[in-house]
Design a binder for this molecule. Structure first.
Ligand SMILES: Cc1cc2nc3c(=O)[nH]c(=O)nc-3n(C[C@H](O)[C@H](O)[C@H](O)COP(=O)(O)OP(=O)(O)OC[C@H]3O[C@@H](n4cnc5c(N)ncnc54)[C@H](O)[C@@H]3O)c2cc1C
Length: 390
Protein backbone atom coordinates (compact mmCIF):
# COMPACT_ATOMS: atom_id res chain seq x y z
CA UNK A 1 0.00 0.00 0.00
CA UNK A 2 1.36 3.43 -0.94
CA UNK A 3 1.93 5.67 2.07
CA UNK A 4 -1.24 7.62 1.28
CA UNK A 5 -1.43 9.22 4.72
CA UNK A 6 1.48 11.52 3.85
CA UNK A 7 -0.82 13.58 1.64
CA UNK A 8 -1.43 16.71 3.73
CA UNK A 9 -3.25 18.56 0.96
CA UNK A 10 -6.10 16.02 1.21
CA UNK A 11 -5.83 15.78 4.99
CA UNK A 12 -6.38 19.51 5.51
CA UNK A 13 -8.50 20.36 2.48
CA UNK A 14 -11.28 21.68 4.73
CA UNK A 15 -8.96 23.85 6.81
CA UNK A 16 -8.27 27.48 5.92
CA UNK A 17 -4.84 28.96 6.68
CA UNK A 18 -6.16 30.45 9.89
CA UNK A 19 -7.79 27.14 10.90
CA UNK A 20 -4.39 25.54 10.47
CA UNK A 21 -2.73 28.19 12.66
CA UNK A 22 -5.35 27.65 15.34
CA UNK A 23 -4.90 23.87 15.29
CA UNK A 24 -1.12 24.28 15.48
CA UNK A 25 -1.40 26.56 18.49
CA UNK A 26 -3.80 24.16 20.22
CA UNK A 27 -1.63 21.06 19.77
CA UNK A 28 1.43 23.04 20.90
CA UNK A 29 -0.39 23.91 24.14
CA UNK A 30 -1.71 20.38 24.61
CA UNK A 31 1.76 18.92 24.15
CA UNK A 32 2.96 20.64 27.29
CA UNK A 33 2.09 18.52 30.32
CA UNK A 34 2.32 21.33 32.90
CA UNK A 35 0.11 23.54 30.76
CA UNK A 36 -2.54 20.81 30.45
CA UNK A 37 -2.42 20.20 34.22
CA UNK A 38 -2.78 23.89 35.04
CA UNK A 39 -5.34 24.48 32.29
CA UNK A 40 -7.46 21.56 33.49
CA UNK A 41 -7.43 22.71 37.12
CA UNK A 42 -8.21 26.34 36.23
CA UNK A 43 -11.03 25.32 33.88
CA UNK A 44 -12.63 23.01 36.45
CA UNK A 45 -12.46 25.75 39.07
CA UNK A 46 -13.81 28.42 36.70
CA UNK A 47 -16.76 26.28 35.62
CA UNK A 48 -17.60 25.34 39.21
CA UNK A 49 -17.48 28.99 40.24
CA UNK A 50 -19.69 29.95 37.28
CA UNK A 51 -17.03 32.24 35.84
CA UNK A 52 -17.79 33.17 32.23
CA UNK A 53 -15.25 30.87 30.55
CA UNK A 54 -17.57 28.89 28.28
CA UNK A 55 -16.96 31.22 25.35
CA UNK A 56 -13.22 30.78 25.66
CA UNK A 57 -13.50 26.99 25.92
CA UNK A 58 -15.84 26.94 22.95
CA UNK A 59 -13.60 28.89 20.67
CA UNK A 60 -10.53 26.77 21.54
CA UNK A 61 -10.64 23.08 22.57
CA UNK A 62 -14.40 22.61 22.20
CA UNK A 63 -14.61 23.71 18.57
CA UNK A 64 -11.55 21.64 17.72
CA UNK A 65 -12.76 18.37 19.25
CA UNK A 66 -16.58 18.74 19.18
CA UNK A 67 -19.24 19.26 16.54
CA UNK A 68 -21.50 21.52 18.62
CA UNK A 69 -23.76 21.73 21.64
CA UNK A 70 -26.66 19.84 20.04
CA UNK A 71 -27.29 17.43 17.16
CA UNK A 72 -28.66 20.23 14.98
CA UNK A 73 -25.63 22.35 15.79
CA UNK A 74 -23.38 19.63 14.29
CA UNK A 75 -25.09 19.58 10.89
CA UNK A 76 -22.79 22.11 9.14
CA UNK A 77 -19.73 20.11 10.27
CA UNK A 78 -21.34 16.85 9.15
CA UNK A 79 -22.05 18.35 5.72
CA UNK A 80 -18.51 19.67 5.40
CA UNK A 81 -16.99 16.30 6.27
CA UNK A 82 -19.34 14.52 3.90
CA UNK A 83 -18.34 16.81 1.04
CA UNK A 84 -15.03 14.90 1.29
CA UNK A 85 -16.79 11.53 1.75
CA UNK A 86 -15.96 11.37 5.44
CA UNK A 87 -18.89 10.10 7.53
CA UNK A 88 -19.93 11.33 11.00
CA UNK A 89 -21.07 9.49 14.11
CA UNK A 90 -22.98 11.78 16.46
CA UNK A 91 -21.64 11.02 19.93
CA UNK A 92 -23.53 12.50 22.89
CA UNK A 93 -20.55 13.07 25.15
CA UNK A 94 -22.01 14.40 28.39
CA UNK A 95 -20.21 12.40 31.09
CA UNK A 96 -20.07 11.90 34.82
CA UNK A 97 -23.84 11.97 35.38
CA UNK A 98 -25.06 9.17 37.59
CA UNK A 99 -28.79 9.79 37.80
CA UNK A 100 -31.63 7.78 36.31
CA UNK A 101 -33.00 10.92 34.67
CA UNK A 102 -29.69 11.43 32.86
CA UNK A 103 -29.51 7.79 31.76
CA UNK A 104 -32.99 8.07 30.28
CA UNK A 105 -32.02 11.32 28.59
CA UNK A 106 -28.95 9.68 27.00
CA UNK A 107 -31.14 6.78 25.83
CA UNK A 108 -33.71 9.17 24.33
CA UNK A 109 -31.01 11.21 22.60
CA UNK A 110 -29.50 8.04 21.09
CA UNK A 111 -32.90 6.86 19.84
CA UNK A 112 -33.53 10.36 18.46
CA UNK A 113 -30.23 10.22 16.57
CA UNK A 114 -31.22 6.85 15.07
CA UNK A 115 -34.70 7.92 14.01
CA UNK A 116 -34.26 11.57 13.12
CA UNK A 117 -30.70 11.72 11.81
CA UNK A 118 -28.99 8.43 10.92
CA UNK A 119 -32.04 6.84 9.31
CA UNK A 120 -32.46 9.63 6.78
CA UNK A 121 -28.98 11.16 6.45
CA UNK A 122 -26.45 9.06 4.55
CA UNK A 123 -23.59 11.01 6.10
CA UNK A 124 -24.42 9.45 9.51
CA UNK A 125 -23.94 5.67 9.24
CA UNK A 126 -23.97 4.66 12.95
CA UNK A 127 -25.31 5.59 16.35
CA UNK A 128 -23.19 5.19 19.49
CA UNK A 129 -23.37 5.17 23.28
CA UNK A 130 -21.13 4.28 26.17
CA UNK A 131 -22.17 1.80 28.91
CA UNK A 132 -21.90 4.28 31.79
CA UNK A 133 -24.13 6.67 29.84
CA UNK A 134 -26.98 4.20 30.43
CA UNK A 135 -26.29 2.95 33.96
CA UNK A 136 -24.24 3.45 37.13
CA UNK A 137 -20.59 2.41 37.05
CA UNK A 138 -20.90 0.78 40.47
CA UNK A 139 -23.79 -1.37 39.31
CA UNK A 140 -21.79 -2.69 36.34
CA UNK A 141 -18.87 -3.30 38.71
CA UNK A 142 -20.91 -5.31 41.20
CA UNK A 143 -22.22 -7.57 38.43
CA UNK A 144 -18.77 -7.91 36.85
CA UNK A 145 -17.24 -8.86 40.21
CA UNK A 146 -20.10 -11.29 41.03
CA UNK A 147 -21.40 -9.35 44.02
CA UNK A 148 -25.03 -9.84 45.03
CA UNK A 149 -27.32 -6.98 44.07
CA UNK A 150 -29.90 -5.64 46.51
CA UNK A 151 -33.55 -5.95 45.36
CA UNK A 152 -33.45 -2.23 44.51
CA UNK A 153 -30.32 -2.76 42.42
CA UNK A 154 -31.93 -5.71 40.65
CA UNK A 155 -34.68 -3.35 39.52
CA UNK A 156 -32.15 -0.70 38.60
CA UNK A 157 -30.27 -3.22 36.43
CA UNK A 158 -33.57 -4.16 34.80
CA UNK A 159 -33.88 -0.54 33.70
CA UNK A 160 -30.35 -0.60 32.24
CA UNK A 161 -31.27 -3.75 30.28
CA UNK A 162 -34.44 -2.01 29.04
CA UNK A 163 -32.41 0.99 27.84
CA UNK A 164 -30.00 -1.23 25.87
CA UNK A 165 -32.95 -3.08 24.42
CA UNK A 166 -34.89 0.07 23.46
CA UNK A 167 -31.90 1.53 21.62
CA UNK A 168 -30.89 -1.76 19.96
CA UNK A 169 -34.49 -2.33 18.85
CA UNK A 170 -34.70 1.17 17.37
CA UNK A 171 -31.38 0.53 15.61
CA UNK A 172 -32.72 -2.74 14.22
CA UNK A 173 -36.06 -1.33 13.09
CA UNK A 174 -34.42 1.63 11.37
CA UNK A 175 -31.51 -0.37 10.01
CA UNK A 176 -28.89 1.84 11.68
CA UNK A 177 -25.89 -0.03 13.14
CA UNK A 178 -25.13 0.80 16.75
CA UNK A 179 -21.67 1.03 18.34
CA UNK A 180 -21.30 0.47 22.08
CA UNK A 181 -18.05 1.71 23.65
CA UNK A 182 -15.91 -0.16 26.18
CA UNK A 183 -14.63 1.16 29.50
CA UNK A 184 -12.75 -0.19 32.54
CA UNK A 185 -12.25 -3.99 32.85
CA UNK A 186 -13.79 -4.12 36.31
CA UNK A 187 -17.18 -3.06 34.95
CA UNK A 188 -16.91 -4.24 31.34
CA UNK A 189 -17.96 -7.91 31.69
CA UNK A 190 -21.47 -6.83 32.72
CA UNK A 191 -21.64 -4.63 29.61
CA UNK A 192 -20.16 -7.34 27.34
CA UNK A 193 -22.71 -9.92 28.49
CA UNK A 194 -25.56 -7.51 27.90
CA UNK A 195 -24.20 -6.56 24.47
CA UNK A 196 -23.98 -10.26 23.59
CA UNK A 197 -27.64 -10.59 24.54
CA UNK A 198 -28.44 -7.69 22.17
CA UNK A 199 -26.40 -9.32 19.38
CA UNK A 200 -28.42 -12.49 19.92
CA UNK A 201 -31.66 -10.56 19.58
CA UNK A 202 -30.84 -8.14 16.78
CA UNK A 203 -27.88 -9.52 14.78
CA UNK A 204 -29.63 -12.54 13.26
CA UNK A 205 -29.75 -11.34 9.65
CA UNK A 206 -27.11 -8.62 9.66
CA UNK A 207 -24.86 -6.83 12.12
CA UNK A 208 -26.74 -4.10 13.97
CA UNK A 209 -25.13 -4.19 17.41
CA UNK A 210 -21.35 -3.71 17.72
CA UNK A 211 -19.43 -4.23 20.96
CA UNK A 212 -15.88 -2.96 21.49
CA UNK A 213 -12.68 -4.96 21.95
CA UNK A 214 -9.86 -3.12 23.74
CA UNK A 215 -6.76 -4.80 22.40
CA UNK A 216 -4.46 -3.64 25.17
CA UNK A 217 -6.23 -6.48 27.01
CA UNK A 218 -4.36 -9.76 26.46
CA UNK A 219 -7.52 -11.83 26.97
CA UNK A 220 -9.53 -10.45 24.05
CA UNK A 221 -8.67 -12.94 21.28
CA UNK A 222 -9.79 -15.82 23.50
CA UNK A 223 -12.93 -13.91 24.39
CA UNK A 224 -13.67 -13.30 20.71
CA UNK A 225 -13.07 -16.96 19.83
CA UNK A 226 -15.54 -18.01 22.54
CA UNK A 227 -18.09 -15.47 21.37
CA UNK A 228 -17.63 -16.69 17.80
CA UNK A 229 -18.40 -20.28 18.84
CA UNK A 230 -21.56 -19.16 20.63
CA UNK A 231 -22.55 -16.98 17.65
CA UNK A 232 -22.22 -19.91 15.25
CA UNK A 233 -24.16 -22.31 17.41
CA UNK A 234 -26.90 -19.81 18.27
CA UNK A 235 -27.13 -18.19 14.85
CA UNK A 236 -26.15 -14.55 15.32
CA UNK A 237 -23.52 -12.27 13.81
CA UNK A 238 -20.78 -10.33 15.59
CA UNK A 239 -20.00 -6.64 15.23
CA UNK A 240 -16.87 -5.29 16.91
CA UNK A 241 -15.18 -1.94 17.13
CA UNK A 242 -11.46 -2.55 17.60
CA UNK A 243 -9.50 -0.08 19.70
CA UNK A 244 -6.31 -0.29 21.74
CA UNK A 245 -7.91 1.10 24.92
CA UNK A 246 -7.98 4.37 26.79
CA UNK A 247 -7.61 3.44 30.48
CA UNK A 248 -4.19 1.81 30.66
CA UNK A 249 -2.73 3.70 33.64
CA UNK A 250 -5.88 3.25 35.71
CA UNK A 251 -5.98 -0.46 34.86
CA UNK A 252 -2.39 -1.09 35.86
CA UNK A 253 -2.73 0.91 39.08
CA UNK A 254 -5.86 -0.93 40.21
CA UNK A 255 -4.42 -4.35 39.40
CA UNK A 256 -1.34 -3.53 41.45
CA UNK A 257 -3.32 -2.07 44.31
CA UNK A 258 -5.75 -5.00 44.53
CA UNK A 259 -3.11 -7.63 43.76
CA UNK A 260 -4.62 -9.27 40.68
CA UNK A 261 -2.93 -10.03 37.35
CA UNK A 262 -2.52 -6.94 35.19
CA UNK A 263 -5.18 -7.24 32.46
CA UNK A 264 -3.08 -5.14 30.05
CA UNK A 265 -0.45 -6.46 27.61
CA UNK A 266 3.11 -6.25 28.92
CA UNK A 267 4.19 -3.51 26.51
CA UNK A 268 3.19 -1.54 23.42
CA UNK A 269 4.53 -4.09 20.88
CA UNK A 270 2.47 -6.79 22.62
CA UNK A 271 -0.66 -4.59 22.30
CA UNK A 272 0.12 -3.96 18.62
CA UNK A 273 0.56 -7.69 17.97
CA UNK A 274 -2.69 -8.46 19.75
CA UNK A 275 -4.45 -5.78 17.69
CA UNK A 276 -3.18 -7.25 14.42
CA UNK A 277 -4.10 -10.80 15.39
CA UNK A 278 -7.66 -9.89 16.32
CA UNK A 279 -8.09 -7.77 13.20
CA UNK A 280 -6.89 -10.69 11.03
CA UNK A 281 -9.10 -13.18 12.89
CA UNK A 282 -12.15 -11.02 12.24
CA UNK A 283 -11.19 -10.42 8.62
CA UNK A 284 -10.82 -14.18 8.08
CA UNK A 285 -14.35 -14.65 9.42
CA UNK A 286 -16.15 -11.84 7.64
CA UNK A 287 -19.09 -14.08 6.77
CA UNK A 288 -19.95 -13.93 10.50
CA UNK A 289 -18.56 -10.50 11.46
CA UNK A 290 -18.27 -6.77 10.77
CA UNK A 291 -15.25 -4.67 11.75
CA UNK A 292 -15.01 -1.05 12.88
CA UNK A 293 -11.28 -0.29 12.98
CA UNK A 294 -11.15 2.54 15.56
CA UNK A 295 -7.59 3.78 15.54
CA UNK A 296 -5.20 6.65 14.91
CA UNK A 297 -2.38 4.21 14.29
CA UNK A 298 -1.31 4.36 10.65
CA UNK A 299 -0.04 0.77 10.58
CA UNK A 300 -3.37 -0.57 11.88
CA UNK A 301 -5.16 1.35 9.13
CA UNK A 302 -2.71 0.18 6.42
CA UNK A 303 -3.14 -3.40 7.61
CA UNK A 304 -6.89 -3.43 7.04
CA UNK A 305 -6.54 -1.55 3.73
CA UNK A 306 -4.09 -4.20 2.54
CA UNK A 307 -6.31 -7.05 3.64
CA UNK A 308 -9.28 -5.53 1.78
CA UNK A 309 -7.34 -4.95 -1.44
CA UNK A 310 -5.59 -8.31 -1.40
CA UNK A 311 -8.88 -10.12 -0.87
CA UNK A 312 -10.34 -8.17 -3.80
CA UNK A 313 -13.21 -6.84 -1.70
CA UNK A 314 -14.95 -3.58 -2.50
CA UNK A 315 -13.24 -0.81 -0.57
CA UNK A 316 -16.59 0.43 0.67
CA UNK A 317 -17.82 -3.02 1.75
CA UNK A 318 -20.39 -2.26 4.45
CA UNK A 319 -18.81 -4.77 6.86
CA UNK A 320 -15.57 -2.79 6.98
CA UNK A 321 -15.18 0.63 8.58
CA UNK A 322 -12.36 2.87 9.76
CA UNK A 323 -12.94 5.43 12.52
CA UNK A 324 -11.07 8.35 14.05
CA UNK A 325 -12.05 11.02 16.56
CA UNK A 326 -13.05 14.46 15.29
CA UNK A 327 -10.11 16.84 15.67
CA UNK A 328 -7.48 14.12 15.43
CA UNK A 329 -5.72 12.23 12.64
CA UNK A 330 -7.45 13.93 9.71
CA UNK A 331 -4.59 12.68 7.54
CA UNK A 332 -5.93 9.14 8.07
CA UNK A 333 -9.67 9.84 7.71
CA UNK A 334 -9.53 12.13 4.67
CA UNK A 335 -7.00 10.07 2.73
CA UNK A 336 -8.94 6.87 3.44
CA UNK A 337 -12.14 8.49 2.20
CA UNK A 338 -10.40 9.80 -0.91
CA UNK A 339 -9.24 6.26 -1.69
CA UNK A 340 -12.80 4.96 -1.42
CA UNK A 341 -12.67 3.29 2.01
CA UNK A 342 -15.40 3.80 4.64
CA UNK A 343 -13.99 6.43 7.00
CA UNK A 344 -16.01 7.93 9.85
CA UNK A 345 -15.39 10.48 12.56
CA UNK A 346 -16.78 10.21 16.08
CA UNK A 347 -18.34 13.67 16.41
CA UNK A 348 -18.87 14.50 20.09
CA UNK A 349 -21.54 17.00 21.06
CA UNK A 350 -23.26 18.29 24.20
CA UNK A 351 -23.35 21.33 26.47
CA UNK A 352 -19.83 22.71 26.95
CA UNK A 353 -19.82 22.04 30.68
CA UNK A 354 -20.99 18.43 30.32
CA UNK A 355 -18.47 17.63 27.60
CA UNK A 356 -15.53 18.88 29.73
CA UNK A 357 -14.53 15.41 31.04
CA UNK A 358 -14.31 14.23 27.41
CA UNK A 359 -12.23 17.26 26.44
CA UNK A 360 -9.91 16.85 29.40
CA UNK A 361 -9.36 13.19 28.43
CA UNK A 362 -8.48 14.29 24.89
CA UNK A 363 -6.00 16.88 26.20
CA UNK A 364 -4.44 14.38 28.61
CA UNK A 365 -4.32 11.64 25.98
CA UNK A 366 -2.60 13.95 23.54
CA UNK A 367 -0.10 14.84 26.22
CA UNK A 368 0.59 11.20 27.12
CA UNK A 369 0.47 9.88 23.55
CA UNK A 370 3.16 12.46 22.80
CA UNK A 371 4.05 10.77 19.53
CA UNK A 372 0.63 11.50 18.11
CA UNK A 373 0.75 15.18 19.02
CA UNK A 374 4.17 15.55 17.48
CA UNK A 375 2.77 13.88 14.38
CA UNK A 376 -0.17 16.33 14.26
CA UNK A 377 2.25 19.25 14.59
CA UNK A 378 4.57 17.86 11.90
CA UNK A 379 1.69 17.34 9.49
CA UNK A 380 0.36 20.88 10.01
CA UNK A 381 3.87 22.29 9.53
CA UNK A 382 4.28 20.29 6.33
CA UNK A 383 0.95 21.57 4.99
CA UNK A 384 1.76 25.18 5.91
CA UNK A 385 5.02 24.89 3.96
CA UNK A 386 3.28 23.28 0.99
CA UNK A 387 0.77 26.14 0.85
CA UNK A 388 3.53 28.75 1.01
CA UNK A 389 5.37 27.16 -1.91
CA UNK A 390 2.24 27.02 -4.08
C1 LIG B 1 -13.23 5.91 16.77
C2 LIG B 1 -12.60 5.59 18.11
C3 LIG B 1 -13.39 5.02 19.11
C4 LIG B 1 -12.81 4.72 20.35
N1 LIG B 1 -13.56 4.09 21.31
C5 LIG B 1 -12.97 3.67 22.46
C6 LIG B 1 -13.67 2.88 23.41
O1 LIG B 1 -14.85 2.54 23.23
N2 LIG B 1 -13.01 2.48 24.53
C7 LIG B 1 -11.69 2.81 24.77
O2 LIG B 1 -11.13 2.39 25.78
N3 LIG B 1 -11.02 3.58 23.90
C8 LIG B 1 -11.61 4.01 22.74
N4 LIG B 1 -10.89 4.75 21.85
C9 LIG B 1 -9.52 5.23 22.20
C10 LIG B 1 -8.47 4.17 21.90
O3 LIG B 1 -8.64 3.09 22.78
C11 LIG B 1 -7.02 4.65 22.06
O4 LIG B 1 -6.84 5.23 23.30
C12 LIG B 1 -6.55 5.66 21.07
O5 LIG B 1 -7.20 5.52 19.85
C13 LIG B 1 -5.04 5.49 20.87
O6 LIG B 1 -4.73 4.24 20.24
P1 LIG B 1 -4.35 4.12 18.70
O7 LIG B 1 -4.67 2.76 18.21
O8 LIG B 1 -5.04 5.20 17.99
O9 LIG B 1 -2.82 4.47 18.61
P2 LIG B 1 -1.41 4.15 19.23
O10 LIG B 1 -0.81 5.48 19.46
O11 LIG B 1 -0.68 3.20 18.35
O12 LIG B 1 -1.61 3.43 20.59
C14 LIG B 1 -1.67 4.01 21.83
C15 LIG B 1 -2.33 2.99 22.71
O13 LIG B 1 -1.51 1.82 22.83
C16 LIG B 1 -1.68 1.25 24.12
N5 LIG B 1 -0.38 1.28 24.81
C17 LIG B 1 0.47 2.35 24.91
N6 LIG B 1 1.55 2.05 25.67
C18 LIG B 1 1.38 0.77 26.05
C19 LIG B 1 2.15 -0.11 26.89
N7 LIG B 1 3.30 0.28 27.46
N8 LIG B 1 1.68 -1.36 27.11
C20 LIG B 1 0.53 -1.79 26.54
N9 LIG B 1 -0.24 -1.00 25.74
C21 LIG B 1 0.17 0.26 25.52
C22 LIG B 1 -2.72 2.12 24.83
O14 LIG B 1 -3.98 1.53 24.62
C23 LIG B 1 -2.61 3.46 24.12
O15 LIG B 1 -3.80 4.21 24.18
C24 LIG B 1 -11.44 5.05 20.60
C25 LIG B 1 -10.67 5.62 19.59
C26 LIG B 1 -11.23 5.88 18.35
C27 LIG B 1 -10.36 6.48 17.30
Amino acid sequence: MNRIFDNTETAFALKSDSDLEKAYFLFKMIKSEPLVKIGTAVTKFALKSHLPVEGLIRSTVFDHFCGGVSEENCIPTIEKLYSKNVYSILDYSAEGKEEEKQFDKAKDITIGIIKNYAKTNQAIPFAVFKPTGFGRFELYRKITEHETLTPEEEKEWGRVVDRYDAVSKAAYENNVPLLIDAEETWMQTAADDLIEEMMKRYNKERVIVFGTLQLYRWDRLDYLRGLHERAKSEGFKIGMKLVRGAYMEKERERAEEKGYKDPICADKPATDKNYNEVLKYMFDNLEDMSIFNGTHNEESAYLLMDLIDKAGLKRNDQRLWFGQLYGMSDHISFNLAREGFNAAKYLPFGPVKDVMPYLIRRAEENTSVAGQTTRELDLITKEKKRRKLK
